[in-house]
Unconditional design. Structure first.
Length: 159
């Protein structure tokens, strides 16, 4: 579970935001589609309503999670519990992230750090979705802001 939380932090920070702020990157769906929908609709992203077939951003997210599991499958003969935990963590991430964006009140109660990531002033903090452990370890956990998200604009990094 520690490995999964560390990977969640790293992938969200460096792939989904680092590369995702580049307009023509494969990962741009996360920042330009998913974040835009969440901020526009008070954390809600209706693309999750139809599961992995909901929309392009959700399909790409599911594909990345499936790919994560697939690359770990060769470890199964020597590390079956580790491999199973990676698979469980990927499914748990999908279910948790989906619910957070279909039920913002639930997210506010159970994942306030993720709500802050989307709705707070600083979208480059609170990288973890399922648990804030690695955000605390890495110093990227932030307290709740006033959530004045209307003052924040989504601007790409083009470099």
């Amino acid at each position: 579970m520690l490995y999964a939380n560390a990977f969640e932090w790293w992938a969200h920070k460096h792939l989904l935001h680092g590369l995702g702020k580049k307009k023509h990157s494969f990962f741009a769906f996360h920042f330009f589609d998913h974040h835009r929908a969440a901020r526009k609709h008070g954390m809600r992203d209706d693309g999750y309503a139809n599961g992995v077939f909901g929309g392009a951003p959700q399909r790409k997210e599911a594909l990345l999670l499936a790919g994560l599991v697939v690359v770990h499958v060769p470890l199964f003969p020597v590390a079956p519990f580790f491999t199973a935990t990676v698979a469980y963590s990927a499914v748990n991430y999908w279910r948790t992230h989906k619910r957070a964006h279909l039920d913002p009140a639930w997210a506010e109660e159970h994942l306030p750090w993720h709500v802050e990531h989307h709705m707070g002033r600083d979208q480059d903090a609170n990288w973890c979705v399922t648990h804030p452990f690695f955000d605390k370890v890495m110093g990227t956990a932030t307290a709740r802001s006033t959530r004045a998200h209307a003052e924040v604009t989504l601007s790409p990094v083009t470099a």
